[in-house]
Design a protein around this ligand. Structure first.
Ligand code: 5GP
Ligand code: MN
Ligand code: MN
Length: 276
């Protein structure tokens, strides 16, 4: 039977919770794979990015090739239509067979729970409200939804614990957990904008920003092979708790400079699956 995940009593104090949890569980850094290493037959290459913040013109690196590109949100600065169009054009220019995109807190115009409010902040005066999702024609957009590619199930969710009142912000605890309850048990690769607690979520001075209920959902119920996210730019890198591999693919560093390279990993094709 599935474990029932509940709200942690100290949900609003992630640093204190991780101080406790880190006595019994680990977060081991993993080396970042060299993207020029050829992909082995029978494996799918996945390239992860996040937090590009409309700065794709300023990249000093090439995006490595892979079968699937994942972008874990914050592709714009504030969700303006021109930014979304530019991002969609950039998606088109990339050779990856599939491109999966979710939103982050900077995609103000995508948050339909408060669209008028957020959109008002990002649209030009007197412009009618449009559904920005219609502009993302060159990628697979996920919002509390899944797609299966090569027999692998990818699930994407833009929500994160509130910080600054931007898009897809929810209170820690019950509100966030209600979104994590939507993640299917059989997810192979989970994509969220924000990190779970303790895994690639470190701010300066050892403080933590991840969501404890997301960690519990990932470790106890969903158990994906990989969990890809961004949002906490300082947490860029790859680590593992011994079961799940966590990928913080934030391209921008804490100063919003797009300096971090895309993170690549290869996944064994499920039995009976072929690439062509
Ligand atoms: P962004 O504005 O791009 O979503 O996040 C940029 C930076 O804001 C992060 O790298 C991190 O320094 C800070 N930040 C984002 N969310 C949180 C949060 O929940 N708590 C704290 N303390 N800082 C955050
Ligand atoms: Mn960001
Ligand atoms: Mn963010």
């Amino acid at each position: 039977m599935n474990p029932i995940i509940t709200v942690h009593p100290l949900t609003n104090s992630p640093t204190a919770v991780w101080d406790q949890l880190s006595k019994t569980q680990k977060s081991t850094p993993l080396p970042i794979q060299n993207p020029s290493k050829p992909v082995e037959p029978g494996k799918v290459r996945i390239v992860c990015m996040s937090d590009t913040h409309s700065l794709t013109n300023c990249f000093k690196f090439d995006v490595p090739y892979g079968d699937i590109l994942i972008h874990a949100g914050d592709f714009t600065h504030c969700g303006q239509e021109c930014e979304v169009i530019k991002f969609n054009d950039w998606m088109k220019s990339l050779p990856h067979r599939y491109k999966i995109v979710i939103c982050g807190n900077h995609e103000l115009s995508f948050d339909m729970t408060s669209a008028e409010f957020h959109y008002a902040r990002s649209r030009t005066k007197d412009e009618p409200v449009k559904d920005m999702r219609d502009l993302l024609t060159n990628c697979i957009y996920l919002e509390d939804s899944a797609v299966t590619l090569f027999g692998l199930k990818f699930y994407g969710s833009p929500w994160q614990p509130e910080h600054g009142g931007w898009a897809f912000n929810l209170s820690r605890g019950e509100q966030c957990l209600s979104k994590w309850h939507l993640i299917p048990d059989d997810t192979d690769i989970l994509i969220t904008h924000g990190p779970p607690l303790g895994q690639c979520d470190k701010l300066q001075e050892n403080r933590r920003a991840g969501c404890v209920e997301l960690l519990a959902t990932v470790q106890k119920r969903v158990k994906p092979m990989y969990h890809v996210f961004g949002h906490i730019h300082e947490g860029y890198g790859m680590c593992t708790d011994g079961e799940v591999v966590y990928v913080n693919a934030a391209t921008c560093n804490v100063n919003y400079m797009p300096k971090n390279l895309p993170i690549v990993f290869d996944v064994l094709l499920p039995e009976g699956q072929i690439k062509s």
